[in-house]
Each structure stands twice: as C-alpha cells, then as structure tokens.
Design a protein around this ligand. Structure first.
Ligand code: ADP
Length: 482
C-alpha cells in the first residue's frame, strides 16, 4: 500500500516583493532608469521589475565603495569589521524563512533546499568570516596583510544568495568594500540582503548592489576603480573577463563550469551510492557547477546500479518548489530550459539511450524531468559539455586506471566523487583526479572552511577557507589566481 502525499505548501505571506526595484548605492536604494521583469520560473508569474544598471550606475557605486573604503572601512580594526559580519549573520538567521521563500520564488529551487541548505550556509559563511576578521595578522597570510580596496563581484543564478555570501563575507572580513551584481534572473534576495546591510547599520557604501545584465557586469570588470574581481558563472563569460583584465593589474578569481565525474567502484555500498548519485546530479535541478554529471560505473556492477537508480528516480517528486515535499523544482529560465533540451537532443542523436521516470510536468513554467543517458562514450558531447540541468551521462570502466583517464578527460576540473569501501583505493584515486574538490562516499557537501575552486577551464583561485581570504589580500599567498 502506498500513501499519497498531501500538498504541503510553504506560505509566501512572509515576503513582501515590491513592484519595482532600484540599485543599492551608498547605503540607500536609488531609482534605476530602465527595468526588466523577473519571473517565478515555476509559474511564469512576473514577480517584480529589476533595474538594468548602466555604466553611470556602476560609476556611482564604485565611487561610493571607494569613499567608504578610504574614509571608514579601512580605518576600522578587524575586530570592528567582525562585529558587523556577526550582526549580518544573526539577522540572516532571524530572517531565514523570508529569504528561503523569496529565493524559492525567484529561482525555482525547492523550499526544502533553500530552507535547509542555501540559507543556513549563507549565515554560516558570515559567521565563519566574522571569526577571521581580527585574526588576519596571525594566519600566515603575510605580514600585516592589506585589502585591495574595491572588489567587483559578479554572481550567477544557481545559488543567488549563497554566491553573494561566498563573495561578500570574505571581502568585508579582509577589509575590502564591494560592488556586486546579481544575475539577471535572480536579483531579489540580493536586494533583500541590501536591507539587511541597512538593518545591521553597515557603514554606507561598504556594500553596493547594482542589478543588470552582462553589460552591467562588463562595466564592473572594466572599471578602473576596481582592483579585484570575483566571478562565478560560465566558462565562456569567465574567458571574456580574463581577456578584459589581461593587460591590467586587476586580480581575479574565476569559478567556472564543470563536468564532475562520480566514480563508482565495484566494492561501493550500492544503496548509499545510489543516494549519492541522485544528490550529485538532481540537487538544485542539476544547476550546480560541481554537479556529479558524469557517472562512471565499474562495468561489473553497472546494470545493478542503473536498475536501482531508476527505482530511486521514480520516487523523485517534481513540482511546486514551495511544497515542502518537492525534491526537484523548476528550471531557472526559459533560456536554460532550451539549452538543456538542445544538449539532450544531441545525446539522442549521438546514439545514447535516454530514460526518465513518469512524472507530470506543469504546462506553465519551465520544467525538465530527471533524466539519465546510458551508453555514453567519451566522444559524446553530453560527456564533455556542461548541461547544467537534471541530466546524467553514464559511462562504464573496467580497470581503475580507465576510470581515472575517463574522469580527467574533459576541459574542466572542478569536482569529482569516489565511491568505494577501500580507503587505499580512495586515496589512490583522489591523487590521480584533476579536480579542485573530491568527495569520497558523499557528494555536494559544502563548508565555509573548505576551499572551493577548479583546475583547467573550471577557473582560477579558491573561495572559502584560508585560501579564499588570501585572494582578497594584496600580499595573500594564494596560488592559482591571477
Ligand atoms: P550562467 O551560465 O550561470 O548563466 P553567465 O556566465 O552567463 O552564467 O552569467 C553569470 C554572471 O555574469 C551574470 O551575473 C551575468 O549577468 C554576468 N555576465 C554576463 N556577461 C558578462 C560579461 N561580459 N562581463 C561580466 N559579467 C557578465
């Protein structure tokens, strides 16, 4: 006998979305000139209108950030800066439900994830970096480490508030001020964060938020008053940024795409591994740069794993992101849905075999069923290119060395997973893999103390932990960043 789930929607009454937003510059909201709509991707409802930042808005934000740096922020002790970060962290915790609901409405990800993963991690990032602010002199970051001044930060739509926290918390802890641009489809939680800055009485101009599109991002990258850039997004835009700053003395960290290998050896505990595979690719609709989007299975257990994976996938609940029982929410935008459909069609055309469980997808909004492709070879585009959706490419191997060769055979190197009961095998494999983050018998685990970043086309530098701090300090010792 099976029980049906009753709907369990989280109330949206807690959020108060304005009809229209401006930019947050020098501690106040200032009106924008042009606006564009931001949608709830689950329903296509227009939630609000977001200002399209022009070069003149970026100029004002940078001027405010420069002034705040020289007049206030650089004069405060680390201990004082830390107090502001603690205050922000506590307010984020107090307003966690409001942020979780707003993020789910704007992004399409399930409330279960925003409530239990995104927002708690956001607060954790501010708490963690608050603790560092007065200890920089004693952390092996060089003698009396100095901030750059104004940091320009550009973030993507997959973890809107979490990526803001990854950028803003270390920048403020190290004494930099900030001009940040959220992604065009997901600006609402960044604008609510601006209210938190006001509530925390953060000095004016320390955090400035300019909304807009790629042209706004480019204006930040090219601004002469910005000395440090932190970007998370596609490899394509990352390369544009690298070219734009190549002949300048601007420093940059770039966190770009990935095609993470999740390698399963024949001694892995199969049931736990299946949970890990599902978490690796279907968490956040697969809109995860470090997703385990290539499953590399030892041939002798491949049939059993795929069979169990299909049974498990049939239980994934796709639907209303605000429903507390939903596992897989909406695709963030129409454009992204088109990309996922295109690459999946290429998988079909190249001869891989597609499978999805039966599931009802609403005709309103942007939806894609959890999908696996079997019979994938290394030459297939779905084994090489980032799909950035709930689509898993499955390959097989016979010897451990073949698994490593296949795992490393992409232009990326962000994440990997190893499933095995043998510690020696895990250590051996993790030493061979060219990936910035390697999980063993788990996947998609994040912690502010743990540095995150990639090899090859997955980017430059590290974010999080002590490595992430050094990227915001002039004499920081980080390797890999420009
Ligand atoms: P994704 O693949 O995550 O959609 P993008 O790389 O397209 O990511 O976008 C990530 C962020 O970069 C967004 O905030 C976007 O507006 C911004 N962006 C896009 N083009 C540029 C550019 N040429 N210079 C700087 N930022 C850009």
């Amino acid at each position: 006998m099976t029980f049906e789930y009753a709907p369990a929607p989280e109330s949206r009454a807690i959020v108060n979305i304005k009809l229209k937003y401006g930019h947050f510059i020098n501690g106040s909201f200032v009106a924008g000139k042009k606006h564009f709509p931001t949608l709830n991707p689950a329903t296509e409802e227009v939630l609000s209108h977001i200002a399209l930042g022009a070069t003149s808005d970026v100029d004002k934000a940078v001027a405010a950030a420069q002034k705040a740096y020289t007049k206030t922020w650089s004069k405060l002790s680390g201990k004082e800066r830390g107090k502001y970060l603690y205050r922000i962290a506590r307010i984020l915790q107090e307003r966690a439900r409001e942020f979780a609901v707003l993020e789910t409405l704007d992004n399409g990800k399930p409330i279960r994830e925003t409530r239990d993963i995104d927002i708690p991690l956001v607060a954790a990032h501010f708490f963690y970096h608050a603790g560092w602010a007065d200890k920089l002199d004693y952390a092996g970051l060089g003698h009396s480490p100095k901030a750059y001044g104004v940091a320009g930060q550009i973030i993507p739509w997959n973890f809107p508030l979490l990526m803001l926290a990854w950028k803003v918390a270390p920048a403020l802890a190290t004494g930099n001020t900030v001009v940040l641009k959220p992604a065009e489809t997901t600006s609402l939680t960044a604008l609510l964060f601006a209210e938190v800055c006001q509530q925390a009485e953060l000095p004016d101009g320390v955090v400035n938020i300019v909304t807009g599109d790629g042209s706004t991002g480019a204006a930040i990258v090219n601004h002469p008053g910005i000395h440090k850039i932190a970007f998370t997004g596609s490899t394509e835009v990352g390369k544009k940024i690298a070219r734009a700053i190549a002949s300048t003395d601007k420093k940059a960290t770039l966190e770009l795409g990935g095609k993470g290998a999740n390698i399963v050896f024949d001694d892995a505990p199969i049931d736990e591994t299946v949970e890990g595979i599902v978490n690796g690719i279907f968490f956040n609709q697969g809109h995860v740069c470090c997703a385990g989007s290539r499953l590399i299975l030892q041939e002798s257990i491949a049939d059993e794993v795929i069979e169990k994976l299909k049974v498990r996938m049939s239980k994934i609940r796709v639907g209303d992101p605000l429903d507390k029982n939903t596992d897989l929410g909406a695709i963030n935008s129409k454009e992204q849905l088109v990309k996922i459909k295109e690459l999946s069609a290429i998988g079909d055309a190249e001869g891989a075999e597609r499978w999805s469980p039966q599931c009802h997808l609403s005709s309103k909004g942007f939806w894609f069923a959890p999908t696996i492709f079997t019979g994938v070879t290394q030459a297939h585009r779905i084994a090489q290119e980032e799909i950035f959706g709930p689509v898993l490419s499955i390959l097989t191997f016979r010897t451990p060395q073949e698994a490593i060769d296949k795992a490393n055979n992409t232009p990326f190197g962000l994440s990997a997973g190893i499933w095995s009961e043998k510690g020696s095998r895990i250590f051996w494999a993790s030493q061979q893999l060219k990936a910035g983050v390697i999980w063993a018998n788990t996947f998609n685990k994040f912690d502010p103390a743990s540095p995150f970043g990639g090899y090859k086309e997955s980017g430059w530098g590290r974010e999080g932990g002590k490595h992430g701090l050094s990227a915001y300090l002039k004499n920081g010792k980080e390797t890999g960043a420009k």
